[in-house]
Design a protein around this ligand. Structure first.
Ligand SMILES: Cc1ncc(COP(=O)(O)O)c(C=O)c1O
Length: 379
């Protein structure tokens, strides 16, 4: 089926009891069994929940994997993947400007279990190749990266990693499967913060991982149940509802993102703009090859903390806040918000300066958004 049809129907049969067209929220912790060992395939809700399983099936179809598993947050999904792929003595490679919380998880928790990490500019393939070791078991990439929108060649990274027994994980949160499908590009696992575009309405926190290999899927299902960081039935239902409009929302984010990027690019008082849809973005050609849209995330550098602070305090329609991917426009300051956990010298080296502003362009009327930005620049 086409993507829009799958978004609405995959994994979502009408409810067998009542015919309800939307999958019910199965708000139960357990299921009555007919006798010892005799039940309908549902024993306990951490292990099986029909609402969560509908979302998991839906995401597996949209990301072209064999199975998906939903977690209590994007970070819980990534944590489960470290349980799947890494053990003491292993080495992992990670894109250097991933979401700050991903870096914090690897650096402040997983590293203490005897796993070594190397952070590379994964847009630079020779850096990935040089970082590979005999014991490298995971290459974790985010493309585009958060917040600098650097693009990594997923297919080429997979070619490097797959010369040995090493899995490639792609955080596809910024693009969603509507604009980019990493498994089709060779990746082994896709991870999402469903908190962002998939749910799309800034009213739920969740995560999902989709796998290409049966053996990984079986093991992750075991980990999901054993470690227990499952997504609740209500959040699963919200994300399923959000996904039904993912294609049209992504088209609207993309159109508004492009219009705002062009508006910013025409201003003389902005030092740098990071948006892969602009032809002078270093990843533009690659983005056109592996993505079918550029999305609604833009970063731009105002040159100093003072100028960024003044600007962020003046916008009215664009709300100052962490997170992204909702229908409403959110604007943030990565150095003190999403990336505060990255050491200052690493931030400076990567270009996450004190003047950098990130905007998650929503789907409001773009003229209103531009008027709000214009007023904040002018004041
Ligand atoms: C790209 C990316 N990946 C993962 C996460 C973590 O997701 P969550 O906040 O749902 O744990 C975020 C959160 O901002 C993110 O932006």
């Amino acid at each position: 089926m086409g993507f829009k049809t799958d978004a609405i129907h995959a994994g979502q049969e009408p409810d067998p009891t009542t015919g309800a067209v939307t999958i019910p929220i199965y708000q139960t912790s357990t299921y009555v069994q007919e006798g010892l060992g005799k039940h309908k395939g549902f024993e306990y809700a951490r292990t099986q929940n029909p609402t969560r399983m509908a979302l998991e099936k839906n995401m597996a179809v949209l990301e072209r994997g064999v199975a998906g598993y939903a977690f209590a947050s994007g970070m819980a999904a990534t944590t489960a993947l470290t349980h799947l792929l890494l053990k003491q003595g292993d080495h992992a490679i990670c894109s250097e400007n991933v979401y700050g919380g991903t870096f914090r998880l690897f650096d402040k928790i997983v590293r203490h279990y005897g796993v070594e990490f190397t952070y590379v500019n994964s847009s630079n393939l020779s850096d990935v190749e040089k970082a590979m070791r005999r014991n490298t078991r995971m290459v974790f990439i985010e493309t585009p990266t958060n917040p600098l929108m650097a693009i990594t060649d997923v297919r080429a990274v997979c070619d490097i990693a797959h010369k040995q027994n090493c899995r490639v994980v792609v955080d596809n949160t910024f693009m969603s499967p509507y604009f980019q499908r990493p498994i089709e590009l060779g990746a082994d696992i896709v991870v999402h913060s469903t908190t962002k575009y998939l749910n799309g309405h800034s009213d739920s926190v969740g995560g999902v991982a989709v796998l290409k290999r049966e053996e990984d899927a079986e093991r992750l299902q075991f980990i999901q149940n054993a470690a227990g960081a499952i997504l609740s039935p209500f959040d699963s239902w919200l994300v399923l509802r959000g996904i039904k409009t993912l294609p049209i929302r992504m088209q609207a984010h993309n159109a508004n993102g492009m219009a705002i990027a062009k508006y910013l690019a025409a201003r003389k008082d902005i030092e740098k703009i990071y948006y892969p849809g602009l032809p002078n973005h270093p990843g533009h050609e690659l983005a056109k090859k592996q993505m079918t849209g550029f999305g609604g995330m833009i970063a731009f550098d105002l040159g100093s903390l003072d100028r960024a602070r003044t600007f962020l305090e003046r916008v009215k329609l664009c709300s100052l806040g962490e997170s992204l991917g909702g229908v409403e426009t959110l604007i943030s300051h990565p150095a003190t918000m999403t990336h505060a956990s990255v050491p200052a010298e690493d931030r400076a080296r990567m270009g996450i300066t004190d003047g950098l502003v990130r905007i998650s362009v929503g789907i409001e009327d773009v003229e209103d958004l531009i008027a709000d930005l214009e007023a904040a620049f002018a004041a």
